[in-house]
Ligand binder design. Structure first.
Ligand SMILES: *[C@@H]1O[C@H](CO)[C@@H](O)[C@H](O)[C@H]1NC(C)=O
Ligand SMILES: *[C@@H]1O[C@H](CO)[C@@H](O)[C@H](O)[C@H]1NC(C)=O
Ligand SMILES: *[C@@H]1O[C@H](CO)[C@@H](O)[C@H](O)[C@H]1NC(C)=O
Ligand SMILES: *[C@@H]1O[C@H](CO)[C@@H](O)[C@H](O)[C@H]1NC(C)=O
Ligand SMILES: *[C@@H]1O[C@H](CO)[C@@H](O)[C@H](O)[C@H]1NC(C)=O
Length: 662
């Protein structure tokens, strides 16, 4: 059994307070794995066996090592959240109900990038005599240019199938979207859809426009969206993908706060820089309108010579199609809706709550991941802006993303070893955390829902050539950020001239502190609040103070806990007097948003006390959970200490020590 490691910051150094939660070692222990955290003492989580073989080999620090707040800035403090806290760990479990796809182990067809063929050995599973002659029909289909009825509600679903090409062994593929039906004795035995990524001619509405010259600077921009995963649920459910990102040096955004309830209002800020409610006035007058007139960011990339792609792993739940009318024009060079709509209709199976999670024998999310990888390879010598969004597996269940972890990691590896990442800005993000289920009755569940995951991976050349932009982005990792900022960031990537060091320097000096969209390549002001970032109070996760009566039981207990923490700090320094409470000056409950009634979770209080001897005034945040009081962050001294601490030579302890012989 492994030895738990305790990380202590040298005694003279912090001596205190800073609770470091370090995710340590998962240890095989009586058939279970243990998770051990250091948190003043040792907290041991027993988790269900089978989840953990992955966590065992993929270690990472759970909470940013240096504080007990998620972020702490002048304008916004988001309370610290531990992904495996007591309130949460009971919801974590390997999902056992995900059913395999229909016929997944007896597929009758297989393919590679150029061919589709019949797997004859599997014929027996279809009650077809061995050596029978079966015939399969290869039908390509596409989205026709001509629109019969522009006001039809299924204008985005239009499709045209080509004639059947029959084959009885294998066939060479020449199309983007293909449906294959295998027939025996006039009955359909098996049907499957296939998706390919041929390089298309570069088309533009502007006549004289050319594809981006290869030698021009400019990075591929690939956005890989995973629906409904909080920053911390990504830690819990996709540790392999996470540690790969960390290993490659991706920047994680701790203070990434959502701005609307579900997918749509969190994606219009990213793709259009607008609130969903702004669209009415600009480009989407009513619910029956299509989105053709909206100035999507991909149009700007197209204008400078990028190929563009929009792909989701669902048609019915698509961002622009769920109870909406989608597009009548084709929005991007590569547009998956046409394919997904047909695939869902003919081979969608394994419906689980809201989604068909399978396309024939293959998970829909996997279809999307393969597509991203293949498209990147097909367009390796061009530039690509791609927006991809997974829904089917992660949308409804907290733990289902565990099933995808391997394949997301594999996609990253593929993009890495093919050196695609060397020219690519990769953004992995979500729209919000899970919005329902038992976890939502906890305070942490409520906050996590408002804090989706976002990681941005920048290539090495970018970090070198755009070092100011890169440094700013690292800084912003611990600032309050929103989907609107992602939009401004993408705008900066259309023409990288704008983020050269001298330009970043000039722009940093300009006034943008009150802008709603601030590029993540510029320093986000530390004093940014939910209000200046245009995050509605309802979604805001920053602390908001509410004074409570100083003669209440909580106020008294919080102050007592603060005194205990103060005395613990100077314990072991006999030259410092033990401090007692002289006056309880003020207690403020620090609310993060509005708690629900009977919400399960901790409460935090900002406490200000005056102590004796020495009249020191101290302020600290104390957290009260089901079991205990604990200190969040460090204790500040609000008045001068003059010469009181002359007998101790540590800059922090000087704040707390009142020398005995004073
Ligand atoms: C395929 O999987 C199903 C269900 O998982 C199982 O019942 C069946 O025996 C398997 N068939 C083969 C040929 O492995
Ligand atoms: C794809 O499969 C076909 C037929 O099996 C084969 O001839 C071809 O070499 C394969 N191509 C690749 C890229 O693997
Ligand atoms: C299958 O087709 C081949 C060639 O078309 C023919 O020679 C053979 O007899 C057929 N077999 C059966 C079982 O019909
Ligand atoms: C880019 O390529 C074009 C054509 O190949 C060439 O004329 C131009 O000088 C190149 N520009 C740079 C910056 O290398
Ligand atoms: C935040 O700081 C900026 C300067 O960095 C200043 O212009 C702005 O007024 C401040 N905002 C608030 C809300 O104090």
């Amino acid at each position: 059994m492994g030895q738990p490691i305790r990380t202590f910051v040298g005694r003279g150094n912090t001596a205190q307070i800073r609770l470091r939660y370090v995710f340590l070692v998962a240890i095989v222990f009586g058939g279970s794995f243990l998770f051990i955290f250091i948190n003043n003492g040792i907290d041991i989580l027993f988790l269900n066996n089978d989840i953990n073989s992955v966590w065992k080999t993929h270690r990472y620090e759970v909470v940013s090592p240096d504080d007990t707040f998620t972020i702490k800035t002048t304008g916004c403090t988001i309370p610290g959240l531990n992904p495996f806290s007591d309130d949460i760990k009971k919801f974590i479990d390997r999902p056992k109900n995900i059913k395999p796809c229909h016929q997944s182990n007896i597929s009758l067809l297989d393919n590679n990038e150029t061919h589709i063929w019949i797997i004859k050995e599997n014929l027996q599973h279809y009650y077809v005599p061995h050596n029978s002659n079966i015939s399969c029909c290869y039908q390509s289909f596409y989205r026709p240019l001509a629109i019969a009825d522009i006001s039809s509600m299924d204008v985005d679903d239009r499709v045209k199938y080509e004639a059947c090409i029959e084959f009885s062994n294998s066939i060479e593929v020449m199309n983007e979207f293909v449906k294959v039906s295998c027939i025996y004795k006039e009955e359909i035995l098996y049907e499957q859809f296939f998706l390919f990524t041929p390089k298309k001619p570069f088309l533009s509405f502007k006549e004289d426009f050319l594809e981006i010259p290869q030698n021009q600077t400019g990075y591929n921009v690939i956005i890989v969206g995973i629906d409904a995963i909080s920053r911390l649920n990504f830690y819990r459910t996709m540790p392999k993908t996470l540690s790969y990102l960390k290993k490659k040096g991706a920047i994680e955004f701790y203070g990434y706060n959502k701005v609307g309830d579900n997918t749509f209002p969190n994606l219009t800020p990213i793709l259009l820089g607008m609130k969903d409610t702004d669209l009415k006035k600009t480009c989407w007058p009513n619910m029956r309108a299509t989105f053709d007139n909206c100035p999507f960011i991909w149009d700007s990339f197209k204008d400078v010579g990028y190929y563009t792609a929009l792909g989701e792993d669902t048609a019915t739940l698509g961002t622009f199609n769920f109870e909406k009318f989608g597009f009548s024009r084709t929005p991007t060079d590569y547009y998956l809706h046409t394919f997904m709509h047909e695939a869902e209709r003919y081979t969608g199976n394994n419906r689980d709550f809201n989604s068909y999670i399978c396309m024939g024998n293959k998970y829909f999310y996997k279809v999307l991941l393969d597509y991203i990888g293949n498209l990147a390879m097909s367009l390796k010598t061009s530039k690509l802006f791609g927006f991809f969004w997974e829904v089917t597996m992660s949308h409804d269940y907290l733990n289902y993303p565990m099933a995808m972890d391997n394949n997301y990691e594999l996609l990253l590896r593929k993009l890495d070893y093919t050196r695609y990442l060397e020219d690519t800005i990769l953004i992995i993000l979500s729209d919000h955390g899970i919005r329902w289920g038992e976890i939502r009755f906890t305070k942490q569940g409520r906050l996590e829902e408002r804090l989706p995951l976002m990681h941005i991976l920048l290539p090495d050349s970018f970090r070198k050539d755009f070092s100011f932009a890169y440094e700013n982005m690292k800084l912003n990792s611990h600032r309050l950020t929103t989907p609107f900022d992602v939009y401004a960031t993408l705008v900066d990537l259309i023409n990288v001239e704008k983020i050269k060091n001298e330009n970043i320097k000039a722009r940093s000096a300009s006034s943008y502190a009150f802008d709603r969209s601030i590029s993540l390549f510029l320093p986000i002001p530390s004093n940014r609040t939910c209000k200046t970032a245009d995050i509605d109070d309802h979604w805001c996760t920053c602390h908001k103070g509410q004074k409570i009566a100083i003669d209440s039981a909580e106020a008294y207990e919080a102050a007592a806990s603060l005194m205990e923490n103060l005395n613990t700090l100077i314990h072991g320094h006999p030259q410092c007097s033990r401090l007692t409470l002289l006056e309880l000056i003020e207690v403020t409950e620090m609310l993060a948003g509005t708690p629900y009634e009977s919400e399960i979770g901790w409460r935090e209080f900002l406490v200000v006390v005056r102590t004796a001897p020495g009249n020191g005034v101290f302020e600290a945040t104390l957290r009260h959970d089901a079991r205990d009081w604990s200190l969040a962050g460090s204790i500040s001294r609000l008045n001068m200490y003059g010469n009181q601490g002359h007998c101790i030579h540590h800059y922090q302890l000087k704040l707390y020590c009142y020398c005995q012989n004073e």
